[in-house]
Write a protein that binds this ligand. Structure first.
Ligand SMILES: Cc1cc2nc3c(=O)[nH]c(=O)nc-3n(C[C@H](O)[C@H](O)[C@H](O)COP(=O)(O)OP(=O)(O)OC[C@H]3O[C@@H](n4cnc5c(N)ncnc54)[C@H](O)[C@@H]3O)c2cc1C
Length: 504
């Protein structure tokens, strides 16, 4: 028999892959990680994130466990509330229109806290997301939308801390090593075929974990599966996630699962490059739209900007913008809400216009029917229920009444100059369709039986996300199923070793 390179090979080096590798190592396996990108571009989409991670917790004591250096002053001035497993479960069911697999959701939700605490024990430092997820009202911060924790240093910090953790326990990461095929003898997976620097090599292992992302960076697959127009979307993150892991597994008879025509896509700077730029990270996104209005080329509104908290609408509104004429929209705000705009509105790489009157502003909104826009604003201002107090921390019910498309919350008149407009298009984050796994993260065959020694985690699993997504769940899903996949893969190797020694 050919010698094994490692007990467990993990394909990818993003969050899910590192969690799988650390878990397998913890169970005593020798682990090798293979990453397609060169080291300077590695870390996948995980490195592009803000590092915000959705976790179920019961109150401030749980937050103190995850963030041991939380100061008494922070505790005093903050209402962390709670985000229970029941709420997390309900959010997943609601936003997926009850299609998410309940067993996978249960594993995700119930293991979220323990997994995040395990990451902390492995050296991932965490803090509350004061900047983006809490507004200060009456001297006190209040967290909203079930998203309270982020990794120190955001996505780059998370990847740096996970890379350091892997290094500390002797896990090797080979960069510029794109896995192209699984070694499969018809009954079990025994390694991968890899192409480092244009050569082809076979690497044998006791088990393989696929954690190499979705197909969002593959223009042809996007068009094929998401549909016409998706070739025109910008890719928010890594250009290396081209669906290889999914293809490799399907090639050996794995079962596809989930919302193959669906994806996570947001409003993204109109003139952003084709793929993500690590120097800008996630800052091309424009997520403060709940406090303004969105108009398209016809000068009219097309969506309820305040249908829910940003965390529950942002991932589906990219698609809505893609469907507009010319695949663009303008987000419009006035001075009253300017202080609520997130940091990403202050970057240099932005398509922005300002003006002191609506008439002048309308002329500056490139590609927009100016006369229609002026009419839209007049109707809008007359429809806002100004008697309901505005409160960004809650779904305040400050709506419009009588418009063709009403806004449900946070409606404000547009009447205090300067007016500001930001041009956005659709940025695709990751795809929802993927591989069928069980709750041990084993990849299932078309007969729905585990493919021996093959596991998967992260973006490339199907069955969790449909239509929409609760913010911060991607990292948590990668962490939970990555950890499970790592343990399962290591256990499979141990079982194999003991079976071999018993037959000697
Ligand atoms: C701009 C942006 C912001 C985001 N913000 C958040 C956030 O704040 N919170 C959150 O929860 N989620 C966020 N997400 C979503 C989140 O990034 C993903 O859900 C999560 O990071 C996926 O992790 P992963 O490990 O599955 O994939 P990735 O992190 O993308 O890792 C996949 C890795 O596999 C490698 N790879 C691909 N093909 C091969 C191959 N054939 N061989 C070897 N290696 C290969 C890639 O190079 C990559 O390193 C964001 C995404 C983007 C793009």
């Amino acid at each position: 028999m050919r010698e094994q390179t490692a007990d467990v090979i993990v394909v990818g080096a993003g969050n899910a892959a590192f969690c799988a590798a650390l878990a397998a190592r913890e169970r005593g396996a020798k682990v090798l990680m293979l990453e397609a990108a060169p080291e300077e571009e590695s870390g996948g989409n995980s490195r592009f994130t803000a590092g915000s991670i959705r976790v179920a917790y019961d109150g401030v004591d749980d937050i103190k466990t995850l963030v041991p250096d939380l100061t008494p002053a922070e505790i005093e001035t903050t209402d962390f509330g709670a985000y229970t497993t029941a709420q997390f479960f309900d959010d997943m069911a609601r936003v997926s229109q009850h299609r998410a697999d309940p067993d996978l959701v249960e594993a995700l939700v119930k293991q979220s806290f323990a997994t995040l605490d395990w990451m902390r024990q492995n050296g991932v430092r965490l803090i509350p997301i004061y900047g983006r997820q809490a507004f200060k009202v009456d001297g006190r911060f209040k967290f909203w939308g079930g998203l309270t924790i982020e990794a120190v240093g955001g996505g780059p910090g998370l990847i740096a801390m996970l890379t350091a953790a892997a290094g500390r326990c002797g896990i090797e990461v080979r960069y510029r090593s794109r896995a192209v095929d699984l070694l499969y003898d018809g009954s079990r997976v025994g390694g991968v075929r890899v192409r480092p620097d244009g050569r082809t090599e076979e690497l044998r292992a006791g088990a393989v974990v696929l954690a190499c992302g979705g197909f969002e960076a593959n223009t042809e697959w996007r068009t094929r599966y998401l549909g016409p127009g998706w070739d025109l979307a910008k890719v928010r993150g890594s250009r290396y996630n081209t669906g290889d892991g999914i293809r490799m597994a399907l090639d050996i008879g794995a079962s596809p699962r989930g919302n193959w025509s669906g994806c996570h896509a947001v409003q993204w700077e109109m003139n952003a490059p084709e793929f993500g730029d690590l120097a800008v990270g996630d800052q091309f996104q424009k997520h403060s739209y709940p406090f303004g209005i969105l108009v398209n080329a016809t000068g009219t509104r097309f969506v309820d900007e305040g249908a829910d908290f940003r965390n529950y609408t942002y991932a589906k509104y990219g698609r809505v913008v893609l469907e507009q004429p010319g695949q663009f929209a303008w987000q419009v705000f006035d001075r009253k809400v300017k202080h609520l705009l997130r940091d990403e509105y202050k970057i240099r790489q932005i398509t922005k216009v300002t003006a002191n009157s609506i008439g002048e502003f309308a002329q500056k909104l490139e590609g927009v029917n100016a006369a229609e826009f002026v009419r839209t604003v007049a109707e809008w201002n007359a429809a806002v229920c100004t008697d309901v107090p505005f409160n960004p921390n809650i779904k305040d019910g400050r709506c419009t009444k009588g418009l063709a498309i009403d806004k449900s919350n946070w409606a404000n008149t547009l009447d205090v100059p300067p007016f500001e407009g930001y041009a956005v298009t659709c940025g695709v984050t990751f795809t929802f369709g993927g591989l069928r796994i069980d709750t041990d993260a084993a990849v299932l065959s078309i007969d729905h039986r585990p493919i021996s020694r093959l596991y998967a985690a992260g973006e490339l699993i199907g069955g969790l996300f449909y239509f929409n997504y609760p913010g911060g769940t991607g990292l948590m899903s990668g962490a939970v199923f990555g950890r499970i996949a790592g343990y399962s893969a290591a256990n499979a190797c141990v079982r194999r070793r003991s079976a071999r020694s018993n037959t000697r």
